[in-house]
Every structure is written in structure tokens, then in C-alpha cells.
Design a protein around this ligand. Structure first.
Ligand code: PEP
Ligand code: MG
Length: 551
């Protein structure tokens, strides 16, 4: 039996074959090729494979969203066979006797630079397309699979850690659970696992070896244990836990359609966190009563260039419509720190969590901000959309955000485009400054939503990505709970509601404290909705105390 101990970051037990994530490597091999004809034939095969993939993608888009959306993939297919591009690759093979990967990489760089230097904005934007096409051909040459998983059956996905943009590309239907060498409970792999309602374990370190690929692993997201070749006793206890999990799932189904109300009649808004329109199906399946946090940056992370107003509008509208009149809180772009987007060309920072991120980028780049706000207001005509600004520290920031909203509303009115002028505006409370300024901030907005992931990191001075802080990283720290109380008091004094959209919101052991503090909304991963509903329905606010705030 091989036992690995990590940190459970998403509950549940499962078993399945281990599969290591194949990263589309940045490193392109370079060597002298003896057989140039062989390199040419590898190129032809990779082109053929790329064409087939692009045709399938165009076909899928056509079926799901109409002809227009398929244009991108049709353009990419044209690039794959573009005479100048292919000639450039072939001449490098002939003249430099290099391997085909290197020739393709060089051609891609040359063409991207050429497009990037053009005056016409449209042509400049094609640089991103040529990079994308080049990456596709390279992946096909190097055997890297899109979606990261080349397996017919679902797997337990193993990795060192996954970047947010990598988690986006995964074929989620193939994943039973995640195990990673690094990462932390707040990493985006963990957040994704909780959204999907599957187990995840991080921080396994070197114990997780690539040579385990293909072997059946038994993982427990509660205890953080990963077992290969379990002995009889371990296997038996795993099976018992699995059976209990199934029973619990069935029991939780009875919570569907029930009200989120405590025994003493307090109603709680029980909402969900999502990262993309596809996640809405999980929200509906788990009977979430709204979306408390749509992390819009995932649209940016998934793209190779700035998503247009129209693309964003379609994404927001689809969520608003699917939620059918229930509140959908869309957070404006929150990139920077651990969420890096190449085409933003952000300056490298020593300490990016404290650098130019989130609302700071938006306020520094008003054009991009305006594009997103236009898309959000347009979507507001199709459901109960609310807009939320992240990483607020100052009153002036909120005032400037609101000015930007007003100016977008004026534009849309002038253009005769429908929108909801009563669209609610909220802010995330996730910096200590926003706690201290809560009374002033509350007068400016319709709601507060506490981002406990960042609030914990900034209040305790504990990097949310770091897995080694051990006893110093205390999510239940009274400082965090007191901060919550201060924000809640300020919100209620100003007559607005307050929710929690950070991961702490799903912590059942803190529910009585949240109720005592007066939290009005909890926004959690879809899989946490029904267990939380069951707990809310068994709670009596009159018996809830603030004792955890003392120490
Ligand atoms: C948070 O900080 O708690 C939050 C919800 O936002 P994110 O995790 O996306 O930073
Ligand atoms: Mg945050």
C-alpha cells in the first residue's frame, strides 16, 4: 500500500486511474534533423489533425451559436494552410535543417510580429490568432492534448498545480477528482473542484510521482489521503465512506425546493459562485437561489485576446436568462496576482497580490472597463443582473466606478439600447481598508459581499497561495469574524444587505456565527447549497452567539 498525505480542499471520496496533466509546454525543442522529408511529413500530419480539430470546433459553434461564432475557427483553419506561413516553415526546414517544431515556432513568432506591427487594428489583432494556430500545430506535433486529458475513461487528475487558465480548458466530464503537489485551499484548482462537487487534495509534494500514472488511486478530500494499492482494511473503510456519501447525496435531494429559512423564520439568500456560463447547470441542479459571484475574469482567462463587448454580453445574457429572474451578481474583471492574462501585458511585480490588480487595472484602463460595463448593462435587460466591484479600498474608487456606470448608461440611452437603469451595484469587502471604511462605503452601494479568501490573506498577512503557513493561516481567526461583524453592522446601519462569497461561506461550523453576526446572504459552490440549506433549516438564530469572536 502506498499512502500519500496532503491537504483535503474539496470533500468527497472517489477512486479512479491517475492521470498526469499534460501541459502545453512553452519550451519548443530545437535540434538538427537528419531526415528533412520525415519532418515535412510530420508537419503535414499535424496540419491535417489541426484542420480536423478546427472543423469540428467550427461545426460545434455553428450548431450551438450560429454561423457567426464559427468564423474564428474558420479563420484559424485558413491560417493552418496559409501559403506564406507554410512556406516560411518549409524554408526553415530546408535551410536550417532544424526539427519541425522549431520551424513552426519560429514562423509563428515571425508572423505574429508582422501582424502586430501593422497599422490596422484588425490586422494587429490577428497576431493572437496566428499564435493560437501555431500553438495548436505545436501541440499536435508534441502530442499535447487539448483539454489536458487523453483518456477515454474519467480520471483522477494529477498535476504540480494548475493555473486558472489551465483549469478552464479541462474536459470536466473526464475528471473524478484532483490531486496536486502544490496549491492551497484557496487556489483555483480547489475552487474549481468545489464548484464541480468533486474531491481535491493539494500539497502532496514529491510523494506524488509521475511514475504512478495509470494506477488506481483512492482519494479522500476530507482527510487529504491518497492511497494506491490499499490493503483490505483501508479498502473496506473507503467503500463504507463511499456508500455513506451516496446516501447523503440522496438525502440532500430532499432539500431541493425547500426554503432557506431558519427555525425562527430568518430568510437567508443562498446563492452560488460560478466562473463561466457552463457552471449555471450545476447551480440549477443544486437549486441555488441566485448567483452571488460570477467571476467574470474567467472569460478573459479563456481567451487569447480581449473578449469583445458582444462576446461578454452573450455570456452575461445567457447566465441572466438561465437564472430566470433570480439575482445574478457579476463581478467586474479581477485579474492580476494569481490570475495572469498575457495579452494585458501587466508589468511584472515583486508582490502582485498587493499590486495592480482587479479594480485598479479597470480604473487605470477606462476603455476596457467601459467595454465590460456596456456588456453588463446590456445584459441587465435580460434578467436580474447586479454589478459588483472587487478589491475596493477607498471611497473615491467606488465613486469613480459609479461615474463609469452612469456614463455607460447615458451612452446606451442615447443609442436606444435597452438596459435596467435600476441595476444594483455592490462591492466586495476583501481588504482591511474596506472594513475600516465600511460605514462610508455602505452609503454608496446596494450591497456588500465579503471575499473572505482575500480578506483572510490581507488581514492575517498570509499568502492565500501558500500551503506552508500551517498554524499561522487560521480561516476562523477572530480577526476575520470581527471584521465580518464590523462590515455587517455598517451595512445594516445603512440599510443594505451583506453576504459572503469567499470560501468561508460554506463552512458549516461557522453558520451559527454568521447568523449571529447577521449575514444575509451566503454564496457558495453549487455542491455546497443543499447541505447548507439543511443546516440553515435546522438553525435557530436566537441560540446563535458571537462567542467565536472572543479569544
Ligand atoms: C475572495 O477573495 O474571497 C473572493 C471571493 O474572490 P476571489 O477568490 O476570486 O479572489
Ligand atoms: Mg478576492
Amino acid at each position: 500500500m502506498i499512502l500519500m498525505q496532503g491537504k483535503g480542499v474539496s470533500k468527497g471520496v472517489t477512486s479512479g486511474p491517475l492521470y498526469f496533466f499534460r501541459r502545453s509546454s512553452e519550451e519548443i525543442p530545437h535540434y538538427t534533423a537528419d531526415d528533412i522529408e520525415n519532418e515535412k511529413s510530420r508537419l503535414a500530419q499535424a496540419q491535417e489533425k489541426s484542420m480536423a480539430q478546427l472543423e469540428a470546433l467550427a461545426e460545434q459553434c455553428r450548431a450551438e451559436a450560429g454561423d457567426e461564432s464559427a468564423v474564428l475557427f474558420e479563420t484559424h483553419a485558413m491560417f493552418v494552410e496559409d501559403e506564406d506561413y507554410v512556406d516560411c516553415i518549409l524554408s526553415a526546414l530546408e535551410e536550417e535543417h532544424c526539427n519541425v517544431e522549431y520551424a513552426v515556432g519560429q514562423a509563428g513568432e515571425q508572423f505574429a510580429a508582422m501582424f502586430g506591427a501593422m497599422d490596422d487594428e484588425y490586422m494587429q489583432a490577428r497576431a493572437a490568432d496566428i499564435k493560437d494556430v501555431t500553438r495548436r500545430i505545436l501541440n499536435n506535433l508534441m502530442g499535447v492534448v487539448e483539454g489536458g486529458i487523453d483518456s477515454e475513461e474519467p480520471v483522477i487528475l494529477a498535476a504540480d498545480d494548475l493555473a486558472p487558465s489551465e483549469t478552464l480548458q479541462l474536459d470536466k466530464s473526464k475528471i473524478l477528482g484532483f490531486i496536486t503537489q502544490g496549491g492551497s485551499g484557496n487556489s483555483h484548482t480547489a475552487i474549481l473542484a468545489r464548484t464541480m462537487g468533486i474531491p481535491a487534495i493539494c500539497g502532496l509534494g514529491d510523494a506524488l510521482k509521475q511514475s504512478y500514472e495509470g494506477r488506481t488511486a483512492y482519494i479522500d478530500g476530507e482527510t487529504g489521503k491518497v492511497v494506491l494499492e490499499p490493503d483490505e482494511l483501508t479498502l473496506q473503510s473507503f467503500r463504507e465512506k463511499l456508500a455513506k456519501q451516496e446516501q447523503m447525496r440522496e438525502l440532500m435531494q430532499t432539500m431541493k425546493g425547500q426554503e432557506d429559512v431558519t427555525l425562527d423564520g430568518r430568510h437567508i439568500k443562498l446563492y452560488c459562485n460560478i466562473g463561466s456560463p457552463e457552471d449555471v447547470s450545476a447551480v440549477l441542479a443544486n437549486d441555488g437561489q441566485g448567483i452571488g459571484l460570477f467571476r467574470s475574469e474567467f472569460l478573459y482567462l479563456a481567451a487569447s485576446d480581449y473578449p469583445t463587448e458582444e462576446e461578454q454580453f452573450q455570456a452575461y445574457k445567457s447566465v441572466a436568462e438561465a437564472m430566470n429572474g433570480k439575482r445574478v451578481i457579476i463581478r467586474t474583471l479581477d485579474i492580476g496576482a494569481d490570475k495572469q492574462v498575457d495579452y494585458f501585458h501587466l508589468t511584472k511585480e515583486e508582490n502582485p497580490a498587493m499590486g495592480l490588480r482587479a479594480i485598479r487595472i479597470c480604473l487605470n484602463r477606462p476603455e476596457g472597463f467601459r467595454t465590460q460595463l456596456r456588456a453588463l448593462y446590456r445584459a441587465s435587460a435580460y434578467g436580474k443582473v447586479a454589478i459588483m466591484f472587487p478589491m475596493i479600498t477607498s471611497v473615491w474608487e467606488v465613486k469613480e466606478c459609479k461615474r463609469a456606470c452612469k456614463s455607460v448608461m447615458a451612452e446606451l440611452t442615447q443609442e436606444g439600447i435597452p438596459f435596467n437603469p435600476e441595476t444594483e451595484i455592490g462591492i466586495m469587502i476583501e481588504t482591511p481598508a474596506s472594513i475600516f471604511m465600511a460605514h462610508d462605503l455602505a452609503k454608496l452601494v446596494d450591497f456588500f459581499s465579503v471575499g473572505t479568501n482575500d480578506l483572510t490573506q490581507y488581514t492575517l498577512a498570509c499568502d492565500r497561495q501558500c500551503n506552508d503557513l500551517g498554524k499561522f493561516f487560521v480561516p476562523h481567526h477572530p480577526a476575520i469574524l470581527r471584521a465580518l461583524k464590523m462590515a455587517a453592522d455598517a451595512a445594516h446601519e445603512a440599510g443594505i444587505w451583506i453576504g459572503i462569497c469567499g470560501e468561508l461561506g460554506a463552512d458549516l461550523s461557522l453558520l451559527p456565527t454568521f447568523l449571529a453576526i447577521g449575514i444575509d446572504e451566503l454564496s457558495v459552490s453549487p455542491a455546497s447549497v443543499l447541505p447548507l440549506r439543511a443546516a440553515i433549516r435546522e438553525s435557530d438564530t436566537r441560540a446563535c452567539t458571537l462567542e467565536l469572536l472572543e479569544q
